[in-house]
Design a protein around this ligand. Structure first.
Ligand code: ME8
Length: 638
């Protein structure tokens, strides 16, 4: 499955493996596109690249999602994993291997890692009691929780878990981790993020619970440990993908690609990669990754993308509407690596019309026009140095050492710098005015001028090819060249000029876009029929009318009230509701509300809640659902 080219340095690049509980959105596409760009760049300059991506399929969250949908867990994981793979194939992502944590090969590797850490004295058995967020598959201390029970990362309620568990001696690695951060300036990029990690570790690390007994959907402990009720914690399982994909625990020939050059991750999962993962590797006696690069978060209109808000941007829609390469360019150019970005169609359109259309596309068109009009499309570099020596030198200087920006992840600066020779090209045509030179009979100068610009474009498109592979290949075709390691070596490294060639006339690469192509995502969401349910599904919820009889404030919570509701039963129902910010007690007592009355009782802030009040909410306000005539308590909504 690997397509290694012959070359010198081995380079290993990874994306996170994505959870199979949802379909991909532009955030996932962003990570993959960055990693693909670096992989393509590394191949272009002649490295032997192994680019890994895949899916993370175990854990309670996936088991739960499958259960909610009423399907078999593996079948569910299988379907979504395939969707991710199909998406990356449609996007022509140049991965060398797609790993799934449900692969047998991976599971064996995880078991070997577990056993090795155990044999090295880093794993012991004890009891775990703590607050677990299923959504983030992560534990939190009581101090970290919001309002006493909610997850500080995603805001969902955590569960209190007490169970027998194996622990990894993370605390033992505190000093070693700090030393690693100290000695390797760029091990975590951007550096601001490294400081956050550093300070976190300095506060002290607790040992990490790395097995569960409360569910089955995961990798079992190695048989030799004879403890079959435990499954391995999903993050240990998932992180190991970076070595099991190289054959760890089986045929280890690709382990020659280890250590990894860059693990690309979103900032949400930096802690797992920059603390747990290096500690696991130290325990395994393996070298540590060279870089862990954490990028920022994409939002839509300033809000987190989520299905319930209906503002999820589908990368396929964007690529179909605006072109895949244009989308790639936009994502990398628009937002500095490490910072958050907001997706807007207008910003994308502006980049396409201005940077790509006006600067790049237009320069190519001007050369096609000039060479076509005067020289039957022939380009010859023989007199470039004679007439435009200064300009060609300047264009070389503009991109000297530009590669540094690739490898320290300043991709937006890389692109900004790459546009400088294009401005120079446009400026040279404006100031030397070839049409006037022709009138003066200075034909050689015009030949040299068009060759100067053709050489500038050739250089730029080679260096742009990792970001926009398809379009640059089309442009290279116009210039009678190919983009590969050979042309990189001759044109970029050795600064050779193009041999004489005839321009091939081309399509328009960047047609101007006048208005937004995609309809508003929210409208689309309404038209989406995926989430239609049958009436029988609706009637699974029993909604009754009731009168609020008492309201109490809950200490330590600014959001919650404890309310007692008469829903026509012998006893009042106690319900904990997050409505305190929107209603005073007086506005609630003796009013009728709608109650979901067949919910399993839940515990919120240590209090049992026996139902849920129905309400609607937008960014500013919340309103309870009320009836407009008085109806007997306990009547069902139908
Ligand atoms: O965390 N903006 O998987 P995941 C930018 N399985 N990037 C985003 C994003 C957004 N709005 N949303 C998601 C997991 N991402 C684990 C990883 S690795 C051993 C295990 C990207 O499906 C970003 O890269 O939740 C983030 O880190 C990743 O998707 C999380 O994907």
């Amino acid at each position: 499955m690997h397509k290694h080219s012959q070359s010198c340095e081995k380079v290993f690049i990874t994306t996170p493996i994505y959870y199979v509980n949802d379909k991909a959105h532009i955030g996932h596409a962003y990570t993959t596109i960055i990693a693909d760009t670096i992989a393509r760049y590394s191949r272009l300059i002649g490295h032997n690249v192994f680019f890994l991506t895949g899916t993370d399929e175990h854990g309670q969250k996936i088991e739960q999602s499958a259960k909610d949908k009423g399907v078999d867990t593996f079948q569910y994981a299988d379907e979504i994993s395939k969707k991710f793979k199909d998406l990356w194939d449609d996007f022509d992502v140049s991965y060398d291997y797609f790993i799934r944590t449900t692969d047998d090969k991976h599971k064996l590797g995880v078991q070997k890692a577990f056993l090795t850490m155990y044999e090295n004295g880093d794993i012991y058995k004890d009891f775990y009691e703590g607050n677990y967020c299923i959504s983030c598959e992560s534990f939190f201390t009581s101090l970290q929780l919001l309002d006493g029970s909610a997850c500080p990362d995603c805001g969902k309620d955590t569960k209190t878990i007490k169970e027998e568990s194996y622990f990894f001696k993370l605390s033992k690695y505190e000093d070693k981790l700090l030393a690693w951060y100290d000695e390797n300036e760029d091990c975590i990029l951007p550096r601001a993020k490294k400081n956050e990690v550093y300070n976190f570790v300095k506060e002290g690390l607790k040992d990490l619970s790395i097995t569960r007994t409360s569910f089955n959907w995961g990798v079992n402990l190695p048989d030799s440990m004879g403890d079959s009720k435990h499954v391995i914690y999903v993050w240990l399982d998932a992180l190991c993908n970076y070595i099991t994909a190289l054959g760890y625990g089986g045929d280890e020939k690709d382990m020659s690609f280890w250590p990894c050059n860059v693990h690309f991750v979103g900032k949400d999962i930096l802690r797992f990669h920059a603390i747990y993962w290096p500690a696991f590797l130290m325990s395994l006696g393996l070298p540590l990754p060279k870089h862990i690069a954490a990028h920022g978060w994409w939002t839509k209109d300033g809000a987190k993308m989520s299905k319930s808000k209906g503002n999820v941007v589908d990368p396929i829609d964007v690529a179909n509407a605006y072109g895949l390469d244009n989308f790639r360019y936009f994502m990398l150019r628009e937002v500095p690596f490490g910072q958050d970005g907001d997706f807007s169609q207008q910003a994308l359109i502006d980049r396409i019309n201005s940077d790509l259309g006006n600067d790049l596309g237009n320069l190519l068109n001007r050369i096609i026009g000039i060479s076509g009009k005067y020289f039957d499309y022939n380009i010859d570099s023989c007199d470039v140095v004679k007439y435009y020596g200064k300009e060609i030198e300047e264009s070389f200087a503009m991109i000297e050492n530009i590669e540094d920006y690739i490898f320290n992840m300043q991709l937006h600066v890389y692109l900004e710098r790459l546009w400088k020779p294009l401005s120079l090209g446009n400026k040279v045509i404006d100031s030397y005015k070839p049409w006037e030179l022709m009138k003066q009979g200075k034909i050689e100068e015009v030949v040299a001028l068009s060759a100067l610009v053709a050489n500038i474009i050739a250089r730029v498109i080679i260096l742009l090819s990792p970001i926009m592979p398809k379009i640059t290949a089309g442009m290279a075709d116009v210039l009678g060249m190919k983009i590969d390691n050979d042309s990189y070596n001759s044109i970029i490294k050795n600064k050779e000029l193009l041999s004489p060639f005839k321009i091939k006339k081309a399509e328009v690469f960047f047609p101007r876009i006048e208005e937004k192509i995609l309809i508003d995502e929210e409208i689309k969401e309404e038209a989406n029929t995926d989430n239609l349910i049958g009436i029988e599904d609706f009637f699974k919820s029993e909604i009754k009318l009731g009168t609020i009889k008492e309201v109490e404030q809950i200490e330590k919570s600014s959001k919650l009230y404890k309310v007692f509701v008469d829903v026509g039963e012998s006893k009042l129902r106690q319900i904990v509701a997050g409505i305190r910010k929107y209603y005073t007690k007086e506005e609630l007592i003796n009013t009728q509300v709608c109650v979901v009355s067949n919910l399993k009782p839940a515990k919120l802030m240590g209090l049992v809640s026996e139902g849920m009040l129905l309400a609607v909410k937008d960014k500013k306000n919340l309103s309870l659902l009320r009836v407009e005539k008085e109806i007997k308590n306990g009547s069902k909504i139908s």
